[in-house]
Design a binder for this molecule. Structure first.
Ligand code: SF4
Ligand code: SF4
Length: 356
């Protein structure tokens, strides 16, 4: 990653995986073909699904307290140990189900899959299997395990909750990663930075902020830019709450504040740092007039099939039915709307993510 040190600001140049001319042409053709297919489906019927989010494993090496994969009453130790204690035969049966789900999605005409978990990096053979079926794959990972060698169709998105101390407290309250050290950092945040930097093709960082963490956005961005040398860009979301009255729900002022902070960071580092938070996408994400009231008005919910590792639909979207759409600050909702309006800057940002 190159940083412009001669100017007063620190313009960011995204890390870009190496491509030969031939590979680039092949990948471009694949992406154009997939995009044309998606646009045709959209024009035919806005409700035909062409994207999917799939839980590919029940295993995880973290144990975040807010995780919806595990029972709410489990503490971090139980979350870490829980499903890992399934027998080998039970895991194999679950994997068989995941392969079958991926096959069915392929037959249903899905072209873009987001692989989630559990922790997908613990199931690299399933990522490989998916890569043989779908042209565009995004893997959402906690980054605490080494990122596997990924095919060209796959890009990695590593989740971060804020600056390192905040992330470690939020994701690893019992300190299971306390013995990880990297470049002056400790804990899970250190593991994340090391694993991205040592990966073959780098990763995007998905920064999802709670209300109290909003003011720490500049600090989080500065840390990521300084520490993650194979950084492909930062995606910004806010957390979603169960009701509008929940103290965790962003107010309109919070939304505008986060939008301002992104704009200020873009002044310093350049907009290429935020490929999915270009100005048009941020309007959809943060402005009051674009708040989504029901799943029937959410393109993500309408166009994406969301299934768990048993092949069952998990609800209206990956956030589950209990989350209130009116509090939603999921970047994907804004991204989809900006693309549907053919916002060139957003399309350019997403295209970058499709070159794995
Ligand atoms: S890393 Fe993801 S799957 Fe694992 S416990 Fe945390 S939120 Fe859940
Ligand atoms: S919670 Fe967000 S992503 Fe899910 S259906 Fe509602 S608006 Fe869409």
């Amino acid at each position: 990653m190159k940083r412009d040190k001669s100017s007063s600001n620190h313009l960011f140049t995204p890390y870009s995986p190496d491509y030969s001319l031939r590979e680039k042409l092949q990948r471009t053709a694949t992406i154009l073909h997939a995009s044309a297919f998606a646009v045709t489906r959209l024009l035919q019927n806005k409700k035909i699904q062409f994207a999917a989010s799939v839980e590919i494993t029940d295993r995880c090496n973290a144990g975040c307290h807010y995780c919806y994969v595990y029972p709410q009453e489990w503490d971090q130790r139980q979350r870490l140990q829980g499903y890992l204690q399934l027998s080998k035969a039970e895991h194999s049966e679950k994997e068989r189900q995941v392969f079958q789900t991926l096959d069915q999605l392929k037959q249903a005409g899905i072209i873009h899959v987001t692989l989630v978990g559990g922790e997908p990096a613990l199931a690299p053979h399933i990522i490989q299997y998916a890569a043989n079926l779908f042209p565009i794959i995004w893997v959402v990972t906690n980054g605490a395990a080494r990122l596997p060698l990924l095919p060209r169709s796959v890009s990695a998105f590593v989740s971060l909750d804020g600056p390192p101390d905040h992330h470690n407290q939020s994701r690893d309250p019992m300190g299971f990663f306390a013995n990880h050290h990297y470049e002056g950092n400790t804990g899970m945040a250190a593991a994340i930075a090391r694993n991205i930097n040592q990966s073959e093709r780098g990763a995007f960082v998905h920064l999802t902020l709670t209300r109290p963490a909003v003011e720490r956005f500049p600090e989080a961005v500065s840390w990521v830019v300084r520490t993650v040398t194979k950084l492909r860009g930062i995606i910004v979301s806010g957390t979603t709450a169960k009701t509008k009255d929940d103290p965790a729900a962003f107010t309109l002022e919070d939304r505008q504040r986060l939008k301002q902070l992104i704009e200020a960071a873009a002044q310093t580092y350049g907009w290429s740092l935020f490929p999915f938070n270009q100005p048009k996408a941020n309007e959809f994400l943060f402005n009051a007039e674009h708040i989504i009231d029901t799943p029937s008005n959410c393109l993500v919910s309408q166009l994406t099939k969301t299934v768990d590792f048993d092949g069952r639909a998990v609800g209206k979207c990956v956030l589950r039915d209990e989350m209130d759409c009116q509090t939603c600050l999921c970047n994907m909702t804004a991204l989809t709307q900006a693309i549907a309006q053919f916002d060139v800057k957003t399309i350019r940002g997403v295209s970058r993510a499709n070159f794995g």
